[in-house]
Ligand binder design. Sequence first.
Ligand code: HEC
Ligand code: HEC
Ligand code: HEC
Ligand code: HEC
Ligand code: HEC
Length: 195
Amino acid sequence: MRCKGLILMLSGVLASLAIGWFAFPAALYRTEAQPMQFNHAVHTGEQNGMTCDMCHEFTENGSFKGIPTIAKCTECHSAAIGSTESEKVLVEQFVTPHKEIPWKVYSRQPDNAYFPHAAHVKRAEIKCEECHGPHGSSSTLPVYQVNRISGYSRDIWGRNISGLPSHPWEGMKMDRCVRCHAERHRDDSCLDCHK
Ligand code: HEC
Ligand code: HEC
Ligand code: HEC
Ligand code: HEC
Ligand code: HEC
């Protein structure tokens, strides 16, 4: 009798865990395809040795340009250099017709949050990897997912449904911004980050 009750209870616990860890994330997040594949490692690895700032530039007034426009790619890919499928897509669908690539941004914050790269990268000398992990040396794009309710990228919350990061660079919620600022003795007001 007691044993049966225990089994029933355990299977109930297991079922709710399964809903929490698998069914709930699947219901909460929608996967969206990137417009094409991109391989950072081919560009930034030893063979071609490009530095981050060759593509991710700052303007003269100090603002960060973000993901490069198609003009940057055209400098080298006006015609195919290699023979990969993704380069073929790049040349035929974007470079030749002069179309911008509509990349989805993993780290995109809500419109009301203000984040300046220059203050972090130039003044505080924080490495890209501390916030973005190994993206700049990766050879395939991570799966891009968006929260169906808020419309925000999953990477703001972090990949773990519990909200606990598996890597120190995962997730960029407000508490992480505020925590690092506190560690570095920065006093914030709401309006520093919310415009
Ligand atoms: C040849 C140009 C090029 C170089 C060099 C380059 N990137 Fe990128 N980067 C891109 C493109 C294109 C994207 C958009 C596709 C993607 O998300 O990977 C991107 C996206 C990113 C993103 C994703 C931002 C987001 O949240 O969606 C990060 C982070 C990044 N790059 C970091 C780096 C770092 C760090 C380096 C240097 C180690 C670097 N990149 C070098 C072209 C480049
Ligand atoms: C300074 C030159 C340079 C620039 C600028 C550049 N690339 Fe490349 N790219 C290369 C080289 C070199 C390769 C390797 C070609 C090969 O051997 O296959 C490459 C390969 C690629 C490939 C195929 C890699 C693979 O493994 O599938 C894609 C896709 C690509 N680049 C996209 C881009 C995009 C998008 C941009 C603009 C954001 C860009 N590249 C800017 C030099 C450049
Ligand atoms: C202190 C954390 C931090 C550091 C350091 C950092 N980033 Fe970011 N990055 C962010 C945040 C947060 C966003 C989202 C900004 C937004 O949506 O307004 C972002 C966005 C981006 C994007 C998306 C493009 C865009 O239009 O905003 C790229 C590309 C990127 N970062 C590359 C880099 C590179 C390359 C470095 C190193 C030179 C770097 N980041 C350093 C936190 C950081
Ligand atoms: C260091 C920067 C920073 C400071 C300071 C800050 N916030 Fe935020 N806040 C953010 C970022 C980034 C987000 C978006 C990510 C998230 O939802 O956690 C956010 C999200 C929020 C949201 C949710 C909005 C949404 O669209 O989901 C509210 C509400 C908010 N902040 C209120 C405040 C208030 C009130 C203060 C002052 C006590 C404050 N924040 C101070 C960075 C900051
Ligand atoms: C890893 C640590 C770290 C993280 C994470 C971080 N910051 Fe910062 N932030 C700093 C430091 C250090 C400064 C002071 C830079 C300086 O002026 O020397 C700063 C400065 C700022 C400033 C003031 C810029 C200026 O011009 O004075 C804003 C706004 C800001 N951060 C927003 C954010 C937001 C929003 C996030 C999260 C999305 C964030 N930060 C995450 C370390 C961090």
